[in-house]
Write a protein of this length. Structure first.
Length: 387
């Protein structure tokens, strides 16, 4: 494999810390979390104590003042370990950055230290029953009534939704204005009219709580508006390249770990008196997998460099999300096949990695939406909009 040059020795020491945390506080408990459909709340507090939450948040707001490479280390290690129950990534690298980049000083001081300590669990509510990748199609509204916004609507497939204490809700404050009428509101646990529906049972990511959220006449004070009215869609678009790159990062890490597990398995498993690793089909399959993982890693690492330089554009991030998530499922599926019947047994990490991989091609924008965005970026006409 081509040597990676992104990370410093300090990052690698931090990687050891993350691995120890997973071994001590996540790995043994993960099966029980899968049964109950959410992780125990105390793991968030332990992660905060260990410095694993909001690593890129400045010390001014309670963070450790690390860079996004440290955040990537956390993503890679949890993905590689098939320890996807704790929704740390969304909390730390989606919710917290929205507050950091667009929040008022009062909002930053009020929320970021508690998010960093794991005392508050963050979520973002975009998707609705009738609106997924097309954010302009949302129906949730927040209408001014006196000084407050009155929030009405519902959201679904919300990661960390069941445990959430703070939710960034995407709503229309001016339904007639299209994208320019979308705003972001900070909704807190306990606000009258804010209710959590059932925990949703999924094919994968079984320990990661995913829930429906309902807003019925929720009065949200003006101090809980993120930015100014109508700026929400712009904020969402600005953050999407980083969010999609995160999916690509996790995809490559999971595929690489699955390759390593499969190499070990076929070296031990025997058929017709020969190790599976000795059969041409096994060797060629894993040669293909190794090549795809390497291509994905080099591309993702280059995207990370572009992000660090402030040059990662939406189209390139969409390419990374598209190719790496498709590669992840394709290669892990090949690894499952080499495990035979054991590849379909839940206690095997390869099986859980396969189940977890499927949604990567859906959330954060489906593969089809990624292709549409890429097509527009290379000058192809947008037929759906008549141009």
């Amino acid at each position: 494999m081509i040597e990676r040059t992104l990370f410093s020795s300090e990052h690698e020491l931090f990687r050891d810390t993350v691995r120890r945390f997973i071994a001590d506080h996540v790995a043994q408990q993960h099966a029980s979390w899968e049964e109950q459909g959410y992780v125990d709340r105390d793991v968030w507090l332990k992660a905060g104590e260990a410095g694993l939450l909001c690593t890129s948040i400045p010390e001014t707001y309670g963070g450790v003042g690390g860079d996004r490479l440290a955040s990537i280390v956390v993503m890679e290690e949890f993905s590689a370990a098939v320890a996807n129950g704790p929704g740390f990534g969304l909390h730390s690298e989606i919710v917290a950055p929205y507050l950091l980049h667009y929040g008022s000083e009062e909002q930053k001081q009020r929320y970021l230290p508690r998010l960093t300590r794991g005392e508050l669990i963050g979520a973002i509510a975009m998707t609705e029953p009738a609106a997924g990748s097309d954010l302009q199609g949302i129906r949730t509204t927040a209408v001014l009534d006196g000084q407050d916004y009155v929030l009405n609507g519902s959201k679904t497939f919300i990661t960390n939704g069941w445990l959430s204490d703070l939710v960034i809700v995407v709503a229309k404050t001016d339904p007639a204005a299209g994208a320019k009428g979308i705003s972001l509101l900070l909704v807190e646990r306990g606000m009258p009219g804010f209710e959590k529906g059932q925990r949703l049972k999924k094919a994968g990511l079984k320990a990661q709580d995913t829930a429906e959220l309902f807003f019925n006449q929720v009065r949200v004070p003006p101090g809980n508006l993120l930015g100014r009215p109508g700026e929400g869609f712009v904020f969402l678009m600005q953050q999407l390249p980083w969010e999609r790159l995160q999916i690509a990062v996790g995809a490559v890490a999971a595929a690489r770990a699955s390759l390593e597990r499969t190499i070990a398995y076929v070296g031990e498993r025997r058929a017709f008196g020969t190790a599976l690793a000795g059969f041409q089909n096994t060797r060629y399959t894993l040669a293909d997998v190794a090549t795809e993982v390497q291509v994905g890693q080099v591309f993702v690492d280059r995207c990370i460099e572009l992000m660090e330089a402030g040059k990662l554009d939406s189209a390139t991030a969409s390419m990374a999300k598209l190719w790496c998530s498709e590669m992840q499922f394709r290669t892990i599926d090949a690894c499952v096949q080499l495990h035979g019947g054991y590849g379909y047994m839940w206690e095997f990490p390869i099986t859980r990695a396969w189940a977890d991989a499927r949604v990567q091609r859906i959330y954060g924008g489906t593969s089809e939406i990624m292709k549409e965005l890429i097509a527009r970026s290379i000058g192809l006409p947008d037929v759906s909009r008549g141009r």
